[in-house]
Design a protein around this ligand. Structure first.
Ligand SMILES: [Fe+2]
Length: 197
């Protein structure tokens, strides 16, 4: 079997395990912790998810993050797995996902801050730096923001219960206008499904 054949099989098997975890436990913190372990195991294969194959945007562009789709279910767009390759300065506002989300580290560091909703916006409740060997889990309504200060490409898995282009109700807190707004759905996704075919 070629290296890429081994990668396709491992990625497909990981996603199948994740489908089974959700079917067994539902969308719960326990399920997401088990999904996180699956994606952390996949992320140890750093030779399969390199900066050469999944580059971050060039420094001249405004975009600091590239999102590569590895897999999503054909019939209902569920179980969407992406490689995100980003560089500094990446700073998102606090936001939810309207579906479950799990992030695990492959290369570099991504600071995640967590929040709860309060009357005047959000209140910080904690933080975790995603790096190789770690990850974070978010239920549909849980809030986080991400921050990258590393000049080198930071490569992570981002997996969602439903594909990004279907998430039309994601909210973020806009500090400047002191208001919750709806994210425009992400259309800038690079199709890398050859990885799983
Ligand atoms: Fe997010």
């Amino acid at each position: 079997m070629t290296n890429n054949g081994a990668r396709s099989e491992k990625v497909r098997n990981t996603i199948e395990s994740i489908r089974n975890i959700e079917a067994t436990h539902g969308i719960t913190k326990k399920a997401l912790q088990e999904i996180r372990l699956q994606l952390m195991a996949l992320a140890t294969h750093t030779e399969w998810f390199t900066e050469d194959e999944f580059p971050a945007p060039q420094e001249k562009t405004d975009d600091t993050s590239s999102v590569y789709l590895l897999s999503q279910d054909a019939e209902d767009n569920r179980f969407a797995l992406y490689v995100q390759s980003a560089r500094a300065p990446t700073n998102t506002p606090p936001h939810n996902h309207d579906t479950w989300a799990v992030i695990t580290g492959i290369q570099g560091e991504e600071l995640n801050r967590f929040y709860k909703r309060v009357e005047n916006g959000v209140e910080l409740t904690g933080s975790h730096t995603v790096r190789p060997g770690s990850g974070v889990t978010l239920l549909p309504e849980e809030l986080h923001s991400i921050h990258i200060t590393d000049e080198n490409a930071v490569i992570n898995f981002h997996m969602y219960g439903l594909a990004l282009e279907c998430l039309t109700e994601r909210e973020y807190y806009d500090k400047r206008s002191d208001a919750w707004k709806v994210f425009r759905s992400d259309t800038n996704i690079i199709d890398a499904r050859y990885v799983t075919q």
